[in-house]
Ligand binder design. Structure first.
Ligand SMILES: [Zn+2]
Length: 482
């Protein structure tokens, strides 16, 4: 990457990103990314009506990149196959109990959530409701139970289908663009609008052309269009955050409500808090943070647990959960920058910052820091939302190959310095694979993930328990997710 260097006063706050605050004698600048990984826009894919093809055909396309989607289920139609998707970090959400022809009743708004929470286990529970037939019930009833209520195209009633950085005007009316024979096949054009405006766009898909769609016969979409959309998103990984609708909703609400304060010199303490209380969610989705930092090594912990972090362009980047304890950044025992010169364009002084609006994220996203969940590139783009495991944003990241029983040593790759292992939160993680092709195969020999090594530490895949083969360059290693 070539970042243009610009000199600024250390006291100046850079970036349009979110909130920041500085306190104490040794003030530090800390910012919350507008989007996870300091990306430039967010994209959500939603699927309605329990189509078997969503499990068998659509979800695997997302899993290739570690991306997560939202599946809105009618509880009376069964949840067959969808727990497996939840286990991979996809969002399972409500589309009512009975798919009424008229407006949903208050009873179904609440009961469909309760039933799904009983039948599907997922980290954040059921937090999104998609209205059958696009018919919006009372806002209050929806928002007492859900983070997000989803409508269809806002443009059908004169609104904008692409939202701004702060989401919709009304969280009970979050728009999604209908795809397929009754809608659009232009995923890319709509994502480009979101990218250009720094906003959020969502899509609404039912069944897939020529596939087993069950009750989801309306407006079938060509699977190739979805595959192409995901490929484009992955090619623009450093700028495009793909994540489920409810997760993006949580991120925006937390970001808007959060306070962040950084203080100290040498060792920096960051306090990240919010006071949202609406009985719907704990709002504990990890936020992407960067703090100005002069050092070349850093260790970041929250409440004593190590966070993945990355130094880039005069900042240290990490994801942290609000209200989950003090975050401490210290030089001791930290991980240094990657050896590659390209990774650390700004090595120097505090007065120099990258002018890129997205300095850290780019590869960083993929790399070590964030995201283990968030994104894709790194792995998964699901964002902080890591797959179902418990500690996403705060997972402890093994900084070396020696962690854990599944760790493998570099010597297994002979002269290849790369190494792979499964980390504490269940991610297949690769280190020192800069520039090499990485492929993850499942036990059936199917490719579940391909990506390019970016050096440093890189989460590449999280999925069902089992044995996987990780190929890096021309070497391979077996690991297992437990
Ligand atoms: Zn429906």
């Amino acid at each position: 990457m070539d970042y243009k260097k610009i000199a600024i006063s250390p006291a100046v706050v850079i970036g349009a990103a979110g909130l920041f605050a500085a306190t104490a004698t040794f003030a530090q600048t800390a910012e919350i990314g507008t989007w996870a990984g300091f990306r430039k826009c967010a994209v959500s894919f939603t699927f309605d009506d329990n189509a078997p093809s969503q499990v068998s055909d659509a979800a695997p396309e997302f899993d290739k990149y570690g991306y997560r989607a939202t599946f809105n289920l009618v509880t009376n139609w069964g949840t067959n196959g969808f727990q497996g998707l939840a286990d991979k970090g996809h969002e399972i959400a409500s589309h009512s109990d009975s798919h009424p022809g008229g407006t949903m009743s208050a009873n179904e708004i609440a009961s469909s959530k309760q039933k799904l929470n009983q039948s599907i286990k997922q980290k954040y529970g059921v937090i999104t409701l998609a209205y059958p037939n696009c018919k919006t019930p009372g806002d209050g009833q929806v928002l007492q139970n859900y983070v997000v209520g989803r409508i269809c195209n806002a443009s059908w009633s004169g609104g904008s289908d692409v939202m701004g950085k702060d989401g919709p005007n009304n969280w009970a009316a979050v728009p999604a663009i209908m795809t397929g024979s009754e809608g659009t096949s232009d995923f890319k054009g709509n994502m480009q609008k979101a990218l250009q405006s720094g906003g959020w766009v969502a899509f609404l898909t039912h069944g897939l052309q020529g596939k087993n769609n069950g009750n989801a016969s309306y407006s079938p979409t060509n699977l190739n269009d979805i595959a192409g959309a995901l490929q484009w998103a992955n090619q623009n990984e450093k700028d495009v955050w793909v994540a489920p609708m409810g997760h993006v909703g949580m991120y925006i609400k937390e970001r808007k409500a959060a306070k962040i304060e950084a203080s100290g010199s040498g060792t920096i303490t960051v306090k990240l808090t919010h006071s949202i209380k609406d009985n719907v969610s704990d709002y504990d989705y990890p936020l992407s943070i960067r703090v100005k930092y002069d050092g070349s090594k850093a260790e970041v912990t929250q409440a004593g647990a190590k966070l993945e972090s990355k130094i880039d362009g005069g900042y240290v980047y990490f994801d942290a959960v609000p209200n989950a304890g003090d975050i401490v950044i210290s030089a001791e025992g930290g991980t240094g920058p990657t050896p590659s010169s390209s990774d650390n364009p700004v090595s120097s002084s505090s007065g120099t910052v990258s002018s890129s609006s997205n300095p850290g994220t780019g590869d960083s996203s993929s790399s070590s820091h964030h995201h283990g969940s968030h994104h894709g590139s790194s792995s998964s783009s699901a964002g902080p939302a890591a797959p179902s495991s418990s500690s996403q944003g705060i997972t402890s990241s093994p900084s070396s190959s020696s962690s854990g029983p599944d760790a493998i040593v570099a010597s297994a790759f002979d002269a290849n310095p790369a190494s792979a292992y499964v980390d504490a939160s269940g991610y297949i993680t690769v280190i020192n694979a800069q520039g090499q092709n990485i492929t993850v195969f499942n036990s059936l020999g199917h490719v579940v993930r391909t990506t390019k090594g970016i050096g440093c530490l890189q989460k590449v895949y999280s999925g069902a328990k089992g044995v996987y083969i990780v190929r890096i360059g021309n070497k391979a290693k077996t690991v297992s997710i437990k």
